[in-house]
Design a protein around this ligand. Sequence first.
Ligand code: GTP
Length: 323
Amino acid sequence: MVRLARVLLASAELNFRQRFAFTNKDVLRWFPGHMGKGMKQIQTNLRSVDLVLEVHDARIPASGRNPQFEYSLGGVRPHILVLNKSDLADLTKASAIVSHLKQNEGVTDVLFTNAKDPFCKGMKRLIPTITRLIGESDRHNRSELKEFCVMVIGVPNVGKSSIINSLRNKCLRKSSAAPVGAVAGITRSVGMKIKVSQEPLIYILDSPGILNPRVDDVETGFKLALCSSMLDHLVGIRNIADYLLYFLNKRQCFTYVEKLNLKEPTDSIDFLLVSAAISSGKTVKRRDMATGGYTTVPDLDRAATTFVSMFRSGGFGKFLLDD
Ligand SMILES: Nc1nc2c(ncn2[C@@H]2O[C@H](COP(=O)(O)OP(=O)(O)OP(=O)(O)O)[C@@H](O)[C@H]2O)c(=O)[nH]1
């Protein structure tokens, strides 16, 4: 095992990649069956909502949003784009992001939120913005109703349920009602209306995360995969770790060297994973087909999971993955 590590050490490249070349585009053709059903449910429920609250990850404001939302829902109801997980995002260019979204995507109302902090600026502005936009709209068939109904949509794992719970905890001092999980795909269907505010009376409908069925651009796919655990088993955690390494090197963020007990930066994901697995004692027993015995080898999947989790929890700092 140690010899293998030495060989990999010796072959570790020092010239970093200039682009992420990933040829197997098949891994980017994801669309679990329940998502097609979820999209139909969203469309069916649209008649009973006053506003659509689209939640996306603030680290990828320009990539990975599902264009189906725009085609199917766009313009039908007032819309707010909530860029959540702002605590993990580098928002030094927040105003440029807002201008980009306005000019290129026609999104006029953007809020940056941290669902874990109900008192952050974006969370505090959410209810007033919902109220204002619904007040300015004609509400179609719902104009007689006193209560407002909002539907939350977005790709998986961006914090849709967390935002609902956060609003409910803050405004009503009531316990969480929408299930939340670190693993994506927790919400499987459009659920019951959840009350989040008494004055004005606002209910929110949670919905399952729906991915864009086809992502042709490899980098967009990997940015999404890096932010959302939904795609770990579809894309492969080692492929995601490789993209992360490419990204950190490109941004010259070498904090991973110390955190993973490496000697120097590397562009080789195999070298990084073997070294990290050895130094943290992550090993696995493998059956040797020739001898029938077992050998202990570095557990590369566990090392990759740790590396990617560090990024997802902000361990390497705050980032904007979009250029
Ligand atoms: N750091 C941070 N983590 C968040 C934030 N919002 C949600 N999370 C975490 O992100 C994970 C996913 O949150 P959920 O609320 O379940 O996301 P979702 O979009 O409803 O997920 P699906 O049901 O899979 O579509 C959980 O581990 C949350 O604790 C945030 O603003 N900041």
